[in-house]
Design a protein around this ligand. Sequence first.
Ligand code: LIP
Length: 262
Amino acid sequence: MDTASLADLAVDIAREAGDLARRRREEGVAIAATKSAIADIVTEADREVELLIRARLDAARPGDGFLGEESGAERSGAEITWVVDPIDGTVNYAYGSPHYAVSIAAVTGEPDARTWTALVGVVHQPVTGETFHAVRGEGAWLGDRRLHVGEVGEAGGLVATGFGYDPATHAGDLARVAAVMPLARDLRRAGAASLDLAYVAAGRLDGYFERGLHPWDHAAGGLLVEEAGGVVTGAPDGRPGREMTVAAGAVLHARIVEALGL
Ligand code: LIP
C-alpha cells in the first residue's frame, strides 16, 4: 500500500476542504438541522464540505469506502475506507470560534473502529493553517516538524476533555473530570476532539479523555498520538470508542485509565 500517496491526497483534500469551510464561515453560517440533541447541530457548511471531500476522494480513488459524519457509511469491503469529519468542532464553527478542524483518516478493514487499522491521519486547522499528519510506522508531523507527546511534570498533566450534547450525560462526565483532576495541573475543554488529539501528539496537551466520541472524531487524531509515541485506548474492547477515549504519553495514560476505573 502506497501510504505516502494516501497521505499526500488526504493533506491536499483537507486543505481544500478547510479553505471552503473558512469561506462559508466568513459568508455566514446557517444551521441546517439538529441531530442527537438540540445542542447537536449540523450546518450547511458541514454537509457541503463533506460532499467536496467525498467527491475528491471518489475522483482520486474510485471504489474506496467512505464513512462520514454527515452522510454515513458506503461501500464496506473496500481495501481502504476514508473516515471523515468535515468540520470537527461544529459548535465552535457556528459560534465563530477558530478552533475547528477537518479530520480525514484512511483505514484498512471494515469501517468499524473496533477492528480497523488506521494507516493515515490528517487533522487540518483552517484558521491557523496548521496541518497535522501521520502515516503508520513513519511518525507524526506538523509540517516538517516531527511530533512527540509530552512527559507529564511534577505539577501534573495539562488534560483536555469534552462533554456530550445530551444534558443527561453531563453528571457522569463531570464525575469523571473530578476523578481525573488530581492528576492534572489544569483542564482544557476546547470542543474539537481531533484537535485535542493532535495537540496531545504535538505536546501542547499532556493528555485527553472523553466519553461519547464517534469514529470520525478520533480516527485521524488517534493515529497522530500513536505515531508521536503516545498511547490511545478506550472502551469498549480497549479501543477508542463511544464509551471512552483516553490518549496521552504512557505514564499519564496509565494514571488516567486507573482514575477512570477502566
Ligand atoms: C465534537 C467533538 C468534541 C465533543 C463534542 C462534539 P463535532 O464533534 O469534537 O470533542 O466534545 O461534543 O462531539 O460534533 O463538532 O463534529
